[in-house]
Design a protein around this ligand. Structure first.
Ligand code: GAL
Length: 669
């Protein structure tokens, strides 16, 4: 039974690191927090060295004062275990706990997350401090949630040391039920003389002369995710023993090139799912990513979630760190709420004067309150208060996109037909036209219950096991519309090619069979019937039942089907054997959606306005976000209310200001 976070309205705040400042500054902090409407802050994330000055010796006096102060000012604490940054004394005593990278280099301490996830000394020390903290603050009235660790795996997702090797072997013995022959079979070790005669011969996939074994690498990725998850669960248990009623979270990073953890396995272990999201300076379109990541986190959580970190302005870890444009801070935050966030938090409250992140933006910038960011932060606080009633409401969708970390890991390993295939980019290409047209999307695992959906898309599913493949094809057979992207269904869960023609697992349902892939070179495109082009990929598809919707019009595959449609059972199955240009892909997905009976959340929404719906048992909350800066008039239900301005919309329309946001409550009758 999951514990819930009990806060009235939406949470608002950020990482609060008062230990970095003299105590005189704290009074100003809480005063300004009240001005901004901050109601929850994450504290103690990197405070281990201050809390435990020497092994087993504790000094909680400063944290006592911080929590008491927050409580006195009505600010809740999301209290972190400080285990992401072990102190220097720990590594002096346990140098064997330092991580070793892929090339065999032992990393040094001096930053954060420089520990080996399999280190027994680290586990003992982490659980000890988590236990002390849990027992001391279990009943503290400020503490409303445990924040376990910080961004597991951000810097140390993989450690290749001998201790990790032993842990990997233990994990493998369990997975293969102590049957080494089963492992040899799964890994295909007759290839290149890789046969193992003893478990002790197995090592992590360290730097080696040629391409490592694919299944070895994939099991390694699975192990690394599980190894960190076991640390998270162990901390969660220690905290639950001390404080059975307090919910626990840890901050995920479902986007931004981070792909180390299989969050489908993580999400069920946490009471509250939270996520950190940063924008890519180089991508002016990265507001799409807010929607995509929000929908993915909402799907992982099965409902509302918390945005634990994002930035008010520039970050400090990209080559050039772009500041946000006017209105962007507000638009970003409210877009996260639209996609299911029940709380908005930033890294961090007060911009640091010293340390590695001194050039990272914050809620209270170096310039202080005489700054645009501060004005925006205060305005946002008031607006989030005005949106309090959306808490607990959630989006629903009739379209699902299949998202699978195993498939992502496997496809992005070396020695594929093309090294240019990036999982996130492929999924984003298919997500984008749906986002632009206001179609709500859930993300699902291949073996999810699909009964709520009319349309299921698998833009990239290189690896799929039999159960997942059957689940997807029976969805079509029973009347659903399934669309599958190229190079899907190619291998099973052990990365073994499904023989007899691609796309292996989906051949029959799609009514096609491919005998050879023809990946395209980086700048190469291929013409498509109907006037579009394809990039990245082509293949020699033979229709074995499917009808050709569009064929390749040039190159060696002229006349060969590129996009096909197959009546399968009571439903339809599409195959897309290239990456169509955005207009062609949009038209294709529009046709598939129309045929499936999927509608956008609202019709008549002007171009550039994102429309997202959250629903409670009694009301619809329609978020309208202007991404083009043009503003618009949008029709709404009679008797609707715009919540940010508390305006009754008596004339049946709402004005979305240029670059702005409107949130409309429509009571269902
Ligand atoms: C996150 C991290 C924060 C801070 C932030 C800066 O990855 O959790 O502690 O470093 O990035 O953008």
């Amino acid at each position: 039974m999951k514990r819930t976070l009990s806060l009235p309205g939406l949470a608002y705040g950020g990482d609060y690191n008062p230990e970095q400042w003299p105590e005189e500054v704290w009074a100003e902090d809480v005063r300004l927090m009240a001005e901004a409407g901050v109601n929850m802050v994450s504290v103690n994330i990197f405070s281990w060295a201050l809390l435990e000055p020497a092994e087993g010796e504790y000094d909680f006096s400063r944290l006592d004062r911080i929590l008491d102060m927050l409580y006195c000012h009505g600010i809740a604490a999301d209290l972190a275990t400080p285990t992401a940054a072990p102190p220097a004394w720990f590594f002096k005593a346990h140098p064997e706990a330092l991580p070793v990278d892929h090339d065999g280099r032992t990393l040094s301490y001096g930053s954060r997350q420089t520990f080996c996830p399999s280190s027994p000394a680290y586990r003992t020390a982490a659980l000890r401090i988590a236990g002390e903290l849990g027992r001391r603050y279990a009943d503290h009235p400020a503490v409303v949630m445990w924040h376990i660790h910080n961004e597991y795996g951000c810097h140390n997702a993989e450690c290749y040391c001998d201790t990790s090797a032993q842990a990997f072997r233990r994990w493998l013995r369990e997975k293969y039920a102590d049957d080494l022959a089963a492992l040899n079979d799964a890994w295909g070790t007759t290839f290149w003389s890789q046969w193992y005669y003893d478990w002790d011969e197995i090592i992590p996939p360290r730097a080696t002369g040629a391409v490592p074994n694919p299944t070895h690498q994939l099991d390694w990725r699975r192990f690394c995710s599980d190894e960190l998850l076991s640390l998270c669960k162990a901390e969660r248990e220690v905290l639950a023993q001390a404080a059975p009623a307090v919910p626990a979270t840890t901050n995920f990073m479902v986007m931004y090139n981070f792909d180390a953890l299989d969050y489908w396995r993580w999400a069920p272990e946490l009471d509250v799912v939270s996520n950190d999201h940063y924008l890519r300076s180089t991508d002016p379109e990265s507001e799409i990513d807010i929607a995509l990541s929000g929908d993915l986190v909402r799907s992982l959580a099965g409902g509302p979630w918390l945005l634990m970190e994002h930035s008010t302005g520039a970050v400090n870890w990209q080559p050039v760190n772009r500041a946000k444009t006017p209105g962007e801070l507000r638009r970003n935050a409210l877009a996260h709420v639209a996609h299911g966030a029940d709380g908005i938090a930033y890294f961090q409250w007060r911009a640091a004067k010293a340390g590695a992140e001194q050039w990272h933006s914050a809620m209270l910038p170096h310039a202080g309150t005489d700054s645009v960011i501060w004005q925006d932060v205060v305005r946002l606080g008031a607006e989030l208060r005005a949106l309090g009633e959306v808490r607990g409401s959630t989006g629903t969708a009739e379209t699902a996109i299949v998202w699978d970390w195993d498939a992502r890991w496997a496809m992005e390993m070396p020695s594929q037909p093309s090294a240019a295939l990036r999982y996130l980019d492929l999924v984003r290409s298919w997500y984008e036209p749906l986002w632009r047209s206001g179609v709500a999307v859930d993300f699902v695992r291949p073996d999810a219950d699909l009964s709520a959906y009319r349309l299921v898309l698998a833009p990239s599913l290189y690896l799929v096991d039999d159960a997942g493949a059957t689940n997807l094809t029976s969805f079509a057979e029973r009347g659903g519309t399934l669309a599958v992207g190229f190079h899907s269904g190619a291998v099973d869960e052990n990365c073994h090619v499904r023989l007899g023609g691609y796309p292996g697992a989906f051949r029959e349902a799609l009514g096609v069979s491919t005998d050879e892939y023809f990946p395209l070179l980086p700048e190469e495109t291929v013409g498509l019937e109907g006037g579009g082009t394809g990039s990245l990929w082509s293949e020699r598809v033979r229709a074995t039942g499917a009808q050709t919707v569009s064929a390749f019009t040039d190159g060696p595959l002229t006349g060969v089907p590129a996009i096909t449609r197959h009546g399968y059972g009571a439903g339809t199955a599409w195959y897309v054997a290239t990456l169509p240009d955005p207009d062609t892909l949009a038209a294709l997905l529009k046709r598939a959606s129309d045929e499936a009976g999927v509608a956008p959340v609202r019709t008549g929404i002007p171009r550039g306005i994102e429309a997202v719906l959250r629903r409670s048992p009694t009301a619809d909350y329609l978020f309208l976000i202007d991404h083009l800066g043009l503003g618009a008039e949008v029709p709404v239900a009679p008797d609707a209310v715009e919540l940010l301005t508390a305006t009754p919309l008596t004339n049946g329309t709402v004005t979305v200001p240029p670059g702005g946001v409107a949130v409309i409550r429509e009571v269902r009758g």
